[in-house]
Design a binder for this molecule. Structure first.
Ligand SMILES: CC(=O)N[C@H]1[C@@H](OP(=O)(O)OP(=O)(O)OC[C@H]2O[C@@H](n3ccc(=O)[nH]c3=O)[C@H](O)[C@@H]2O)O[C@H](CO)[C@@H](O)[C@@H]1O
Ligand SMILES: C=C(OP(=O)(O)O)C(=O)O
Length: 433
């Protein structure tokens, strides 16, 4: 087990480069299955979710070759298994994209029910609704989802809720279906557009991604392509908040400022200075931080994946702020850990009331999910004293070398290995030594 040890109180200064987006990469890698030729995917973040995706592809028979730090060549033509077992799927919510990709290519798929961050119930009824609308049948048994179809045919799909995962899965499954598929009430996140762009670069015919109506005219074949994943909007937002929390001054490079608009607007309200360039932004603080209210919403609203980070910043601001979490019912589990660091937060259902105390104190804490872990890092950077964060495997699911990037900005953060409790030997057990 690894943990982070942070000595807080240092301003972040300098330049940082953002990696490729987790939530795009974990859909684009399975999407390669749909191609009849090898593809090269660039700007892939080095995170554990991606490593699992690559293991799954190899396990299925695909040839995956690393072409340097963040680029992979994937040859899907050698795939001969159509199953994602529990041991992989349980670690990653995005394993469900293999359902759409395998169904779209081979008219069959067998994937274990997905894992991912514990954010409350994570249903897949809308995914199944999309698959059945275009002609698939499914069975759920022993934790496995089995999909089969004699033939996939385009159809109208109306989602009951705005769902990123089901929108992506519907695109993957329908891209080769005969005729026209129309997805209504589609999600509009940047990673939806990125997946559509990648599929189109392989010869797909997808229109309207980024709006709430996506039209897909099925094609018979998809060819190979070279494609770079978009920069990670949430990693960028996390660094923006970390800079603000330490009253620092940093140029954040490899970003798409348009994707950061909702985060930028909130940070400006809190008193953070932001200057936008073509593909970078400068973030700095030279005055007080003040309260604001935040409501999470599907894109272009404020992203749920930035909720815990901005809550941490609001603990350091003056006044009372209200946060409303509209996407996940259990996304306030980090609050108990922040309270150990001196935060004054009261949670009532989907609303959190934050009394800004202006300061936080170091403490031993535990990451309970990916963005909760990011929030604790931000808290530790701003706090007085030492913060030790356990269970950082959650953080490493989605942040590419977080500690290295922070150290380069002047943070005092190190990753240390701690023996697993089960492996620890009693101190006075001489025979065991
Ligand atoms: C719209 C939204 O902000 N989605 C977020 C969601 O994406 P993710 O793709 O994980 O989740 P969805 O967008 O699918 O879920 C959004 C909402 O729809 C519901 N739902 C989803 C699928 C389904 O079949 N049935 C159903 O009822 C969920 O319970 C949830 O309340 O979590 C990710 C991880 O935090 C974020 O990156 C996404 O920004
Ligand atoms: C919760 C997240 O990821 P996942 O949906 O993959 O669990 C996230 O990206 O913040």
């Amino acid at each position: 087990m690894d943990k982070f040890i942070i000595k807080g109180g240092r301003r972040l200064e300098g330049e940082v480069t953002i990696s490729g987006a987790k939530n795009a990469a974990v859909a684009i890698l399975p999407a390669v299955i749909l191609s009849d030729e090898p593809c090269v995917i660039e700007n892939v973040p080095y995170i554990s979710d991606v490593r699992i995706c690559i293991k799954i592809l190899r396990e299925m028979g695909a040839e995956v070759t690393s072409l340097g730090k963040d680029t992979y060549r994937i040859d899907p033509t050698t795939i001969n298994k159509f199953c994602v077992p529990y041991e992989y799927a349980r670690k990653m919510r995005a394993s469900y994209y293999f359902l759409g990709a395998l169904l779209g290519k081979y008219n069959k798929a067998r994937v274990s029910m997905p894992g991912g961050c514990p954010l409350g119930d994570r249903p897949i009824d809308q995914h199944l609704k999309a698959f059945t609308a275009i002609g698939a049948k499914y069975t759920l048994s022993q934790g496995m989802i089995d999909l089969t179809a004699d033939k996939l045919s385009g159809n109208q799909i109306f989602f009951d809720v705005v769902t990123v995962g089901a929108t992506m899965n519907a695109m993957l499954a329908a891209v080769k279906a005969e005729g026209l598929t129309v997805i209504e009430n589609a999600a509009k996140e940047p990673h939806i557009v990125d997946l559509a762009n990648f599929l189109n670069s392989m010869g797909a015919n997808i229109m309207g991604a980024g709006t709430d109506v996506i039209k897909i005219r099925g094609v018979e074949h998809l060819h190979g392509a070279t494609y770079a994943v978009i920069p990670d909007q949430i990693e960028a937002g996390t660094f923006m908040v970390a800079v603000a929390a330490t009253k620092g001054d940093v140029l954040i490079k490899n970003v798409i400022p348009k994707h950061l608009e909702s985060i930028t607007k909130k940070l400006e309200k809190i008193g953070v200075n932001i200057e936008q360039f073509d593909d970078s932004i400068r973030v700095w603080v030279d005055g007080p931080l003040v309260k604001t209210d935040v409501k999470t919403a599907p894109h272009p609203g404020f992203p749920t994946d930035m909720q815990s980070q901005i809550a941490t910043l609001l603990c350091l601001a003056e006044g009372t702020s209200i946060i409303t979490e509209n996407i996940w019912e259990q996304r306030f589990r980090y609050v108990d850990e922040l309270r150990r660091m001196g935060a004054d937060i009261t949670v009532n259902g989907k609303v959190a009331l934050i009394e800004g105390t202006g300061k936080l104190m170091g403490a031993p804490v535990k990451a309970c999910d990916l963005r909760a872990g990011a929030a604790l890092i931000i808290a530790g950077l701003a706090a007085s004293g030492v913060t030790e964060i356990e269970d950082i495997f959650h953080i490493e699911r989605g942040y590419d070398c977080m500690e290295g990037k922070l150290r380069a900005l002047g943070a005092d953060i190190e990753k240390v290995s701690v023996p697993d409790k089960a492996e620890e030997k009693p101190e006075n057990d001489k025979a065991a030594v």
